[in-house]
Design a protein around this ligand. Structure first.
Ligand code: GLN
Length: 484
C-alpha cells in the first residue's frame, strides 16, 4: 500500500480499522520530507520529534475509539500560523528566531482532533507574493516541475500536500494565497468567507482580507478540515457567531439545475490560451452534469487589482509597524541611538517585497493622500462587493480560472512586480468582497496544472463544496500525482 498519497478520508478509514498506525503514517510523511526537501524546500521547519509524539498519542486515541477523521493524520501549517514552542518565522529574517508562547486557534482546534504536525510550510515573506520566491529562506519549487514556482504565498503548504509530505495543510489567503498555489500544485484550496475561521494567532498581513483555510488532496478532505477549523472565536472579534454546519453533508454529486455564472472579465487579457481552453472544457463538463451556465458581467473587476494594492499594503504598513526590534524578533543592537536601531532592524529584517508594501501603504495613508487612495479604494471595495451580491441574486455560484497562467518559471517575474501582481487578478476581488472561493484541479497544459475557481455568496461554502465535489467525481484531474 502506498501511504504517500492517501486522502484524509482514506487514511482515517485505515487508521480506525487499525490496518495502519498513525506512527507508521507519520514516518512515511517524514521519510518523504527527508527525501524531497533538498529539492522541494516546502518546509521551513521539520517537527519530527513532535510528529512522532503526537502520532503515538493519536494511536492511543484510535485504540480507545476516541477518534475524529483528522486524528493521527499528518499535516503542515503555513509558517505564519502561531504554534506554541515551535518556530513561526513567516519566512522572514525578522522572525527567524520567533517561538510563539501560544497556539493559534486553528492549531488548538486541530490539536483537539489529535493532529500530527510534520512541519511549518515555507511561504512568501509575511505572505506577500505569488510565487514563494519572496521567502527569506529560499523558494519552494513546484513538484510538477522543479524549475517552476508553486505559487504563493502558501506555496510550501500546497507543494507539501501535492508531493506527499503531508496529507493536508492550512494556508492563509489575503488575495489568493491559498487558491493560486492550490491551482499551481493541483490540489484543492478553499478560502472561507471572511469571519468563518478564526484569525487568532495568524500573523497579520492585511487584517480585513486575511483568512485561514485548507489545502487538501480532494474536496471531501477540504470539507473534513472545515468541520474542524470553522468556529466562532471570542478572541477574534471578526469571527462570526454562527453555527458550523457539517460540511460533509454538501458532498453530493448532484448539481442539476444549479445556475452558474461565468464572469467575462475574469478571462483577462494576457491569459494563456491553454488555461482558457481547460477552463472552458471544465465549464462544459459542469453543463453536462446539468448545471445551467450563463455569461455574466462584473465590470468593477478591473479595479480589483488597484484597490487591493492600496488596501492590503495600507493595512500591512500598520500591522508591520510592530517589528521594531524591541518587543520580539530580529534586532540590531549595534546602533547609535534608538532611531538608528529601529531603522537598521527594519532595513536588515525585512526583504525587498515587504519594504515595497510598507512604502506603498504608508504613502497611501499619509495626510493629503488618504482621500485619493485609501478612501477611493474603500469605495471600489463597496462596488465590487455590491456587484458580487447582485450576481448571487441570479446565480448559485460563479466559475472562473484561478489564475491566468500555468505555473511560471522561477525568476521569470521577479524583476517585474506588476507582472507578479497580475497573477492574482482572478483571486483578489474575492478577498475584497469577503466571499468564499475554492480552487480545484481542472486539467493540465503540457503537464502543468490548471485550477478552476468557484465563488459563492458569504457563508455558502457548502455550495462551493457541492459543485466542486460533483466536478471532482466526474473528472480524473485530482487523481494525477506529480512526477517528483
Ligand atoms: N499575491 C498577493 C499578494 O502578494 C496575495 C497574497 C496573499 O493572499 N497572502 O498580496
Amino acid at each position: 500500500m502506498n501511504l504517500n498519497h492517501l486522502t484524509i478520508h482514506e487514511a482515517s478509514r485505515l487508521l480506525r480499522s487499525r490496518q495502519i498506525s498513525s506512527v507508521e503514517l507519520a514516518r512515511t510523511a517524514l521519510d518523504c520530507a527527508r527525501r524531497l526537501e533538498d529539492k522541494l524546500h516546502a518546509l521551513v521547519t521539520l517537527t519530527e520529534e513532535l510528529a512522532l509524539n503526537q502520532a503515538r498519542k493519536a494511536d492511543f486515541r484510535l485504540r480507545n475509539g476516541d477518534a475524529t477523521p483528522l486524528t493521527g493524520v499528518p499535516a503542515v501549517l503555513k509558517d505564519n500560523i502561531c504554534t506554541r514552542g515551535i518556530l513561526t518565522t513567516c519566512s522572514s529574517r525578522m522572525l527567524q528566531n520567533f517561538v510563539p508562547p501560544y497556539d493559534a486557534t486553528v492549531m488548538e482546534r486541530l490539536n483537539s482532533h489529535g493532529m500530527v504536525l510534520i512541519g511549518k510550510g515555507n511561504m512568501d515573506e509575511f505572505a506577500m507574493g505569488s510565487s514563494n520566491e519572496h521567502s527569506a529562506f529560499g523558494p519552494t519549487r513546484n513538484p510538477w516541475d522543479l524549475d517552476r514556482v508553486p505559487g504563493g504565498s502558501s506555496g510550501g503548504p500546497a507543494a507539501s500536500v501535492a508531493a506527499g509530505e503531508a496529507l493536508y495543510a492550512l494556508g492563509s489567503d489575503t488575495g489568493g494565497s491559498i487558491r493560486q498555489p492550490a491551482g499551481f500544485c493541483s490540489v484543492v484550496g478553499l478560502k472561507p468567507t471572511y469571519g468563518r475561521v478564526s484569525r487568532y494567532g495568524l500573523v497579520a498581513f492585511a487584517s480585513s482580507l486575511d483568512q485561514i483555510g485548507p489545502l487538501a488532496r480532494d474536496v471531501t478532505d477540504a470539507a473534513l478540515i472545515m468541520n474542524a477549523i470553522a468556529c466562532h472565536d471570542p478572541r477574534d472579534s471578526t469571527s462570526v457567531r454562527r453555527p458550523t454546519p457539517d460540511y460533509t453533508q454538501s458532498l453530493i454529486p448532484e448539481i442539476r439545475g444549479l445556475r452558474l455564472g461565468v464572469p467575462r472579465e475574469y478571462f483577462v487579457e494576457g491569459m494563456e490560451e491553454g488555461v482558457k481552453q481547460a477552463i472552458q472544457a471544465a465549464i462544459s463538463r459542469l453543463e453536462e452534469l446539468g448545471a445551467i451556465v450563463e455569461e455574466v458581467s462584473l465590470p468593477s473587476t478591473k479595479y480589483g487589482l488597484s484597490a487591493y494594492y492600496i488596501i492590503a499594503p495600507s493595512e500591512a504598513s500598520a500591522n508591520l509597524a510592530r517589528y521594531d526590534g524591541v518587543k520580539y524578533g530580529f534586532s540590531v543592537q549595534d546602533a547609535e541611538n534608538m532611531w538608528d536601531a529601529l531603522e537598521k532592524t527594519r532595513q536588515y529584517g525585512f526583504g525587498m517585497e515587504v519594504k515595497r508594501r510598507i512604502m506603498l501603504g504608508t504613502y497611501a495613508l499619509s495626510a493629503g493622500y488618504y482621500d485619493a487612495y485609501y478612501l477611493k479604494a474603500q469605495k471600489v471595495r463597496t462596488l465590487i462587493r455590491r456587484e458580487f451580491n447582485q450576481a448571487f441574486e441570479r446565480f448559485d455560484a460563479l466559475i472562473t480560472p484561478t489564475s491566468p497562467t500555468v505555473p511560471f518559471k522561477i525568476g521569470e517575474k521577479m524583476e517585474d512586480p506588476m507582472q507578479m501582481y497580475l497573477s492574482d487578478v482572478c483571486t483578489l476581488p474575492v478577498n475584497i468582497a469577503g466571499i468564499p472561493g475554492i480552487s480545484i484541479p481542472a486539467g493540465f497544459v503540457n503537464e502543468l496544472p490548471v485550477g478552476m475557481q468557484i465563488l459563492a455568496k458569504p457563508f455558502a461554502e457548502e455550495m462551493l463544496l457541492r459543485i466542486a465535489f460533483a466536478f471532482e467525481q466526474a473528472t480524473p484531474w485530482h487523481k494525477r500525482k506529480p512526477p517528483i
